[in-house]
Ligand binder design. Structure first.
Ligand code: ADP
Ligand code: ADP
Length: 239
């Protein structure tokens, strides 16, 4: 069944920049889809329109049966808890530990004040410990996040996204700042999250080889338009 459907989504910045033109596609539950394309193609804007970090200027986005563009503030917050976001630069709070950053992912569903006061339940703490352990960060759990390597930071980013039990992960260039070895670790974790947890993964990548290797499906974007949508195999024979 479809988890996400984009219908002729467009985004215009100012008068002249048409970042996205009539983007349409459907993504099934549990699919692992990579969006590839050159810098400036619109990949980041596309991903951000889905949870309305960027407001689309046209079209419709249906997530889990709900039209996202029409949502009021409260309903949007609720939908966002089901969409985990992973960033190129991790977006961790430096002075907080790995586990504190992970628990920060709970803030979508409680007040910021509660988070600041450390009012997390024992159950939430246990869930964070378990997640970090699964991601190979047992030793790093109580380290400040600015002491971690890039690959470790990104795994904390994944833990922070997963702690809300999302239905989908949006990953914006998750390995663009990482060395090949750490990149492989991150891609393997994302693949496992899709295959074993059934969480839909939508990832922006500019590394074509990596996209071909890990994805069920590739969406190629150029100048704000879809130029390819299909299996990795079809992509390699065309290029
Ligand atoms: P990142 O992907 O590292 O988070 P940003 O989201 O800040 O980077 O920017 C993504 C792209 O959008 C970049 O190519 C950047 O040049 C462009 N961009 C961001 N903000 C603006 C702006 N206000 N005006 C023009 N281009 C912008
Ligand atoms: P990609 O992620 O593929 O590098 P982006 O989605 O970041 O592409 O950018 C697509 C286009 O939209 C680019 O021309 C970029 O400069 C422009 N753009 C992105 N964000 C902004 C913004 N906040 N303000 C103005 N222009 C932007």
């Amino acid at each position: 069944t479809a988890l996400l459907e984009l219908k002729e989504v467009s985004k215009q910045f100012g008068k002249d920049t048409k970042a996205l033109s009539d983007i349409s596609f459907t993504i099934e539950k549990g699919e692992f889809v990579s969006i590839i394309g050159p810098s400036g193609a619109g990949k980041s804007t596309l991903l951000r329109c889905i949870n309305r970090m960027v407001e689309p200027t046209g079209g419709d986005i249906i997530f889990d049966g709900i039209s996202v563009p029409g949502l009021g503030k409260k309903a949007l917050m609720k939908t966002r808890t089901q969409i985990g976001m992973i960033f190129q630069h991790y977006n961790l709070v430096n002075r907080l530990t790995a586990i504190e950053n992970t628990l920060h992912g709970r803030l979508g569903s409680k007040s910021v004040l509660a988070g600041m006061l450390g009012l997390y339940s024992e159950e939430e703490k246990q869930q964070a410990v378990k997640l970090l352990d699964t991601l190979g960060l047992k030793e790093q759990m109580y380290k400040r996040s600015d002491r971690l390597s890039g690959g470790q930071k990104q795994r904390v980013g994944i833990a922070r996204a997963l702690i809300q039990n999302p239905k989908m992960l949006l990953c914006d260039e998750p390995i663009a700042s990482l060395d090949p070895n750490s990149s492989k670790v991150i891609m393997k974790h994302l693949r496992t999250i899709s295959t074993e947890l059934g969480i839909t993964v939508l990832v922006n990548l500019h590394q074509v080889e990596t996209a071909l290797k890990y994805s069920d499906r590739i969406i190629g974007v150029n100048s704000g338009k879809i130029v390819y949508d299909g299996p990795p195999a079809g992509m390699s024979s065309e290029e």
